[in-house]
Design a protein around this ligand. Sequence first.
Ligand code: SAM
Length: 232
Amino acid sequence: MEEEIQHKRPIRSFVRRTGRLTPSQQKALQELWPRFGLEYSGAALDLEAIFGRTAPIILEIGFGNGETLVQQAAENPDKNYLGIEVHEPGVGHCLLKARDAGVDNLRLLMHDAIDVLTCQIPIASLSRVNLYFPDPWPKKRHHKRRIVQDSFLQLVADCLGDGGTLNIATDWADYREHIDEALSRSERFSCTERREHIGELPLDRPQTKFERRGLKRGYRICDWRFTRSISN
Ligand SMILES: C[S@@+](CC[C@H](N)C(=O)[O-])C[C@H]1O[C@@H](n2cnc3c(N)ncnc32)[C@H](O)[C@@H]1O
């Protein structure tokens, strides 16, 4: 029993890939991280102090190479953007894009989004959470690794303010069903928009790298907007 407890590790929605950093990504992590990066401390973030102003805050979970995130931050200077990603080369790439775009309304965290949502994002502090093309974990025995789970939806609902939205997109048919089921079970969200398309109807977002890859393979995209219920 003791042995069992000692070896029990949390189920993560990612595996740390040892992707090689390019020299420019390495340099970006050294030189630009202090400007855009937030260290994981486990303590709640003072988001107003971090951004130096009060404005709607949009969180993107698993931003990949960050191009979509930087584009949104550049196009919406009146909003604050937070991005979470565990893949170091992706974070390095995002830092370079953020510097080139000259954005000042973007901060990044390089840590498991579940821990960040649990410990660092204050209750009701976000106006929107974007989850674009989460890893599909296609094998049945890996479905428990999918980030969309009942517990994840509770965490996101806690972090969103009244009327805040969770925007999800996937190109994986079986994950689409999983998301439809999980969200229809949730009393904390209602589906306010749902679109199936082949790349021409993204819901209020730029196209992402993984989306382009899926479209080349002939996959259909599903986009949803779930609105956090006001009553709970
Ligand atoms: C399939 S990729 C999609 C990337 C990007 N959103 C896009 O559409 O191009 C999923 C990303 O989520 C990240 N990810 C998965 N679980 C995560 C977690 N718990 N916390 C932070 N990032 C996570 C992975 O490292 C990966 O880069």
